[in-house]
Design a protein around this ligand. Structure first.
Ligand code: ATP
Ligand code: MG
Length: 366
């Protein structure tokens, strides 16, 4: 490559369960794809979740957070497991994850829903509907009804107990996710669908108004709007109509799980959480899968694809990202599968061997 060597510091957080197995594969893939594109890394491996609770008593130790903040990007495996199932939130592995997201100020959550043609039969949808689906769903992550005040329990005028929450979006929160979404769409097929409920909710009316205003700055992107009820139907009816989608926190929570079932394989789905500046957080959408931990059965593709997102969205290293994505496709085309995506006629391998096959594909630069 013509660019000089670039160097990045990466915080690796293997976490619990299958985390260490999948992070080990993703690290090797990052190193090789990076090497081939003139990229070097300085890795720091840190504790979070159950592993951190056992070692330090805290789900997010101070050293982990400060390493994360000082690095260019954070790659996370998964946290949690039966061993740490408790009620006290200070002692929950998942609290570490919520804390690090908050501390890094990551307001945009990106979840691709891509149907890889060799895995099209894993989709819950018919082959002809699922084939070729390639959606990027962007969820606003730090505002909306999950955080809005006032919230709580009370009594209404009849003395009846009530629970209440508040959906609030300020202009600056909408504007920053809108700019973010338009920029992502520019890197893709330049179609952005904003999902809201602007026929009923004021927070959505402002959302739509701001998206329309900001669209003026992105004349190359085709903006459309869809009500969330319709969008949830269209995702199943004809998912290929979508390129980039953007929505608020609660709608994104629901639609991203729906979109993941369009692809049908949890072991294939990466994610990225990004802020305005500072390091992004990259992780598979699946959990720590304690039922298969330590057995070399985990599917590392979701974490490897999260590493590709780290290169593209975290470091701006598009070519190395593409190398990894092409390698994933090549490995699938060569028939290698872990148990969760296995079907008759393909080759069942463990996490480690699949990692080695991915490295071969990266090397052969298809
Ligand atoms: P969490 O609460 O952390 O999201 P969960 O129990 O909801 O955890 P997962 O840990 O994602 O969900 O696991 C759900 C099921 O999917 C389990 O049976 C697990 O073995 C399987 N699974 C999850 N990730 C993978 C993977 N990478 N490879 C193979 N199987 C997986
Ligand atoms: Mg879960």
């Amino acid at each position: 490559s013509s660019k000089p060597t670039r160097s990045y510091s990466i915080t690796l957080i293997p976490g619990d369960g299958i985390g260490p197995e999948i992070i080990s594969v993703a690290k090797d893939v990052l190193v090789l794809a990076g090497y081939l594109e003139g990229i070097k890394y300085d890795f720091r491996e840190m504790l979070m979740g159950g592993a951190a609770l056992d070692a330090t008593g805290l789900p997010l130790p101070h050293e982990t957070l400060s390493a994360a903040k000082q690095s260019h990007a954070v790659l996370l495996g998964a946290v949690g497991g039966y061993k740490w199932d408790r009620n006290d939130k200070h002692l929950k592995p998942e609290t570490g994850l919520l804390q690090i997201r908050k501390e890094l100020g990551v307001f945009a959550n990106l979840r691709p829903a891509t149907v890889y043609s060799p895995l099209v039969d894993a989709s819950t949808l018919k082959r002809e509907v699922a084939e070729g689906v390639d959606i990027m769903l962007i969820r606003e992550l730090t505002g909306g009804i999950y955080f809005g005040e006032p919230r709580g329990f009370g009594t209404n005028d009849n003395g009846e107990e009530i629970g209440f929450n508040t959906e609030i979006y300020a202009t600056h929160e909408i504007d920053r996710i809108a700019h973010f979404a338009f920029k992502v769409a520019q890197k893709r097929r330049r179609k952005l669908c904003s999902v809201d409920k602007a026929n009923v909710l004021e927070a959505s009316m402002l959302w739509r108004k701001r998206f329309l205003a900001i669209a003026q700055e992105y004349p190359d992107v085709e903006l459309s709007h869809m009500y969330v009820d319709n969008a949830s139907m269209q995702l199943i009816r004809d998912p290929k109509q979508f390129d980039t989608m953007v929505t608020n926190n609660i709608f994104g929570d629901i639609l991203s799980d729906e979109a993941s079932m369009v692809t049908g394989s949890i072991g294939m789905l990466p994610s990225a959480s990004l802020g305005a500046s500072g390091p992004g957080l990259f992780e598979p959408i699946h959990g720590s899968a304690p039922d298969i931990a330590g057995q070399d059965k985990a599917n590392p593709f979701a974490t490897v694809l999260s590493a590709a997102m780290l290169l593209r969205y975290g470091l701006g290293e598009e070519k190395a990202a593409e190398r990894i994505e092409n390698a994933v496709m090549d490995t699938l085309n060569r028939g290698f599968r872990t148990g969760d995506i296995y079907s008759a006629g393909t080759k069942l391998v463990g996490c480690k061997q699949l990692g080695e096959e991915i490295l071969k594909s990266v090397e052969s630069n298809v």
